[in-house]
Design a binder for this molecule. Structure first.
Ligand SMILES: [Cu+2]
Length: 127
């Protein structure tokens, strides 16, 4: 009788422990998610951004890391009210977290040569 009770207690302790562990994992996953930025590296050079299409989920925090190869290109997203210079000597970081679904064109707004007008791309935000 005593043995059965003690085995029962162990089983209860083990199941409570497992539940506690699973709970801790879920809490950790939930608390980590909102701050977890996805890093997207973008290279800017005459007269192209690569990638030139950037896919983001609505509400997803993203860190754009720009490396300009050959010129102080610009990065402008008129509809998101964003712009930055991209000096070639360092990485330029821009954080975005788009809250609305849509396609947002971006372009180079520092004149960089005869193909400058073609230097563009778009951010596509999906549900
Ligand atoms: Cu440019």
């Amino acid at each position: 009788m005593r043995r059965i009770i003690s085995i029962g207690m162990v089983a209860l302790a083990v199941s409570l422990g497992a539940a506690g562990f699973a709970g801790a994992m879920m809490v950790q996953a939930q608390t980590m998610d909102p701050d977890h930025e996805r890093v997207i590296e973008v290279v800017a050079q005459r007269f192209v951004y690569s990638p030139n299409e950037i896919l983001i989920k609505k509400g997803e925090p993203v860190l754009l890391e720009f490396t300009a190869i050959d010129f102080r290109h610009g990065f402008k997203v008129p509809d998101l009210d964003l712009r930055a210079d991209l000096p070639p000597e360092r990485v330029t970081r821009i954080r975005i977290k788009p809250e609305n679904v849509g396609a947002y064109d971006f372009l180079c707004d520092n004149f960089c040569g005869s193909g400058h007008e073609e230097m563009s791309g778009r951010i596509v935000v999906t549900e």
